[in-house]
Design a protein around this ligand. Structure first.
Ligand SMILES: O=C(O)CCC(=O)C(=O)O
Length: 258
């Protein structure tokens, strides 16, 4: 069934919160209703056409392409990034007040994409003091297995530091992670998955004839502190003003949500 959307974050069952804390991810169905899906999808397609896309991958086969900071590039994407149901759920899952960090509008081209390698996000995020940071990944089209749905390693966010992947892009290099079960999560348009910034995740190829379009938005603890990752592409944050390592990320670019 794919009818009415969740009305408020309070409609989310306590069981879903418990599962998120245990697994490091959760699938929430029908976060957006039909009219919102249509509006956000139309805007996303326009933005993907109009804005510069960053490619992830090589040659004519990319893992995916994305519009960075899409929340700054269209009014609709901004509304999606601070959507009261999505951010309300994010805050219930995190259990702490959150701020918007960034949104990326993602496109996995039909028929010629590569798989998204397993990784976790924390290493690439230029902030610390955000133990509850998480990503909301909103499907703007149906994403079954064969269109490259997300796959998660349950519980990987809870590994003790000594067992945590040392290299974010080689998480399966560690035996502690390699032999954990992985869960693939096919989603309908308007569904959302949430994952913790330490949860190992990946995605398959898009082997269908329809582009995979989704929005991935990162939220951080209110109180998160700026740090440099050493990667210019990640450290430079448009519209954030002068950023000083060691200072809180709390300007207008990083609004409180929820
Ligand atoms: O959509 C994908 O294939 C990967 C997305 C991702 O890694 C993320 O949203 O953190």
């Amino acid at each position: 069934m794919h009818s009415g959307a969740l009305v408020t974050a309070r409609d989310l069952a306590e069981e879903a919160v418990r599962r998120y804390r245990e697994d490091g991810f959760v699938h929430v169905r029908q976060v957006l209703g039909e009219p919102e899906i249509a509006e956000f999808h139309e805007d996303a397609m326009e933005l993907l056409e109009r804005e510069q896309r960053t490619g992830w991958g090589a040659g004519d086969r990319t893992v995916l392409e994305f519009v960075a900071d899409s929340q700054l590039k269209s009014e609709a994407m901004r509304r999606l990034a601070v959507h009261p149901v999505i951010t309300g759920i994010a805050e219930r899952l995190a259990g702490v007040p959150l701020r918007l960090f960034k949104q990326e509008l993602l496109l996995k081209e039909a028929g010629r994409s590569l798989p998204t390698d397993a990784h976790f996000d924390e290493f690439a995020l230029p902030f610390t003091a955000a133990p509850s940071g998480l990503t909301a990944w909103v499907a703007l089209v149906d994403v079954p297995m064969e269109r490259g749905c997300m796959t998660f390693v349950p519980g990987s966010h809870l590994l003790p530091p000594s067992q945590r992947p040392q290299d974010a892009w080689e998480p399966f290099g560690r035996p502690e992670v390699r032999w954990l079960p992985r869960v693939a999560v096919p989603v309908r348009a308007g569904d959302c998955t949430f994952h913790h910034i330490r949860t190992v995740h990946s995605a398959g190829v898009n082997a269908t004839g329809v582009p995979r379009v989704s929005a991935s938005t990162v939220y951080m603890d209110d109180g998160a502190i700026y740090r440099k990752t050493g990667n210019r592409g990640l450290d430079e944050l448009p519209e954030a003003g002068e950023l000083t390592p060691g200072r809180r990320l709390d300007g207008a670019r990083f609004p409180r949500v929820g």
